[in-house]
Design a protein around this ligand. Structure first.
Ligand SMILES: Cc1cc2nc3c(=O)[nH]c(=O)nc-3n(C[C@H](O)[C@H](O)[C@H](O)COP(=O)(O)O)c2cc1C
Length: 205
């Protein structure tokens, strides 16, 4: 069982990393393999809506997005962590997620998603909602914890003082592990749900 973590912070040892590390400890104790990719410190451009990915089978901009795609395909779950910037996810992370979810050529149905937001004070739930939208448009069940997953802290290391936030991370990782295992059993017993051909009406008659 594998989990891919994407850290949207530019800081390798920032508060988002601290929050994700708390989850990693639980995953590793449960025998779940973890790989974490830091994207917030990379130069990543946004989607240019060229639709070249449909032909190429990957994003036309060959950067970390195309490295993440096979890792995501091989994973049973995806954790996305972001620092809150102006009440929203970090812009680099949004660029990565837009391009990854738009260009990926595999079906993410029943891979489990979990979103984690990290902020000094405000914008946690808006960012949490924003990140969950990538999962819920993709047939991915969302793992939940004991609150709307968020950790407080401003300067690197301050997250250490947020005992409740770190507990949320542990609960989230345990619940996510349970969900991934349950889905694996369900897949063996019942198979994945039938998927219809997509209907696109674009709000037109
Ligand atoms: C450009 C910028 C915008 C920010 N906006 C917010 C915000 O809207 N709300 C908030 O509580 N903290 C805000 N912060 C603080 C960060 O969310 C906070 O320092 C967080 O711990 C950073 O996580 P990191 O250490 O993983 O990078 C902002 C920080 C930066 C650099």
């Amino acid at each position: 069982m594998k989990v891919l973590m994407i850290n949207g912070s530019p800081k390798v040892r920032g508060n988002t990393a601290r929050a994700l590390d708390e989850m990693r400890t639980v995953f590793e104790a449960e025998g779940v393999e973890v790989e974490c990719v830091q994207v917030g410190n990379q130069a990543v451009r946004g989607c240019v809506a060229c639709n070249g990915c449909a032909k190429k089978g990957a994003c036309v901009f060959d950067d970390v997005v195309n490295e993440l795609a096979p890792k995501f395909e091989a994973a049973d779950g995806l954790v996305v962590g972001s620092p809150v910037y102006y009440g929203s996810a970090n812009a680099t992370l949004v660029a990565v997620l837009d391009r990854l979810f738009y260009s990926m050529q595999f079906d993410a149905t029943m891979k489990v998603g979990a979103a984690v937001a990290v902020a000094r004070r405000g914008g946690l739930t808006a960012t949490f909602d924003e990140l969950n939208k990538y999962f819920t448009i993709s047939g991915m069940p969302v793992a939940s914890g004991q609150y709307w997953n968020g950790v407080h802290g401003r300067l690197p290391g301050e997250a250490e003082q947020d005992g409740e936030g770190l507990q949320q991370m542990r609960t989230l990782a345990r619940n996510m592990t349970f969900l991934m295992r349950s889905i694996e059993l369900g897949r063996e017993k019942y198979g994945l749900p039938e998927r219809e051909e997509g209907i696109w009406t674009h709000f037109m008659r």
